[in-house]
Ligand binder design. Sequence first.
Ligand code: UAH
Length: 395
Amino acid sequence: MKWFCRDTWIEVDLDAIAANVTAFRRHIPASTAIMAVVKADGYGHGAVHVGRAALASGADSLAVAMLDEAIVLRKAGITAPILVLGYTPVDSVEQAAAYNIALTVYHADWVEQATRILQGTDGPNRLDVHVKVDTGMGRLGVRTEQELLLVVEALHRSDVLTWAGIFTHFACADEPDTTHAAGQHARFGELLSALQSKGYALPMVHCCNSAAAIAFPEWGYDAIRLGISLYGLYPSAHLRDQGAVRLTPALSLKTRIAHVKSADQPMTVSYGATYVAAPGEQIATLPIGYADGFSRLLSNRGTALHKGRRVPIVGRVCMDQVMVRIEAKDAEVGDEVVLYGRQGAEQITLDEVAEQLGTINYEVACMLNYRVPRVYLREGRIVDYCHQIGGSVKL
Ligand code: UAH
């Protein structure tokens, strides 16, 4: 029996995840822990598999964007500390306590409401929280010393919430101009000092995302929050070209030819007939499309790899299919085609695709969705797979 019946799949190299954790372990101070960020289903790679691989290779904890993502990890049997980085509605605190998942807080009212709810709970009622400080991202978090003190004081009054961490997030740490990041770092330091001068012992302190961890390992404090670079991708071309940390991309996107046809006269290809194959050209149809997260913006622009050579995408990317112009005369149904990743000496990086799409590698990875099965590799061999095509159906 085949695991799935679709000739399009994502390969995630778990050894690459491990190698990337190890690369950061060497790059940052020994006293700084690694929090592996596996939100958005592990940036499209699969949160459970990546989370387990990261923890097994030296990461200390996991982080996600929302409580539901954290519960998925707990239900999969992961017992390591998990932090929700985003907003959690206060009426979900009982679930967070029941699953032993730490939440992010930045409002004294929330702390007081959460305390009342948990005090009235029959089940587990202890909850760890990390205070979020906005030092220049303009997103979540307290901005002033006064707001921060209100939250911290409310936490000290609470007999059910434990102040377990304090953190901020950088907006521009991936850029060559470090002025903004340095300003945020300095502001964070000021607020931490203000707390200490009021007699508060600081809990776990963390501020670095991948970019800051690469560029400023000395800013690590107690932990870095390693996201994009866990997956072997650089937060920016600037940091990639600096070469301070060597990363191994974990994800490949592969498919197999579903149909090959030769044009014996001019042949229009795909919706809108935007490409006309000249007589003699060979067109191969691949079973992947924009409904899989392979963007329609790659129409007549992107490339794929066949027999180790680049082949252009011709015509418009359809919902479930896309066509490429094949050079090899012996192309056959079933031939493997690589859309992202390496084949022979050639490679299509997510950075390259991001540039074609006018976006960032983060989005290219996250766009790949549940329709595409993931297979997980160790030492080049498949060790597991995951296919969530059930979507709205509980399988
Ligand atoms: C609060 C927070 C995030 O939203 C994301 C990350 C990880 O960022 P990278 O993917 O750029 O490493 C950390 N923290």
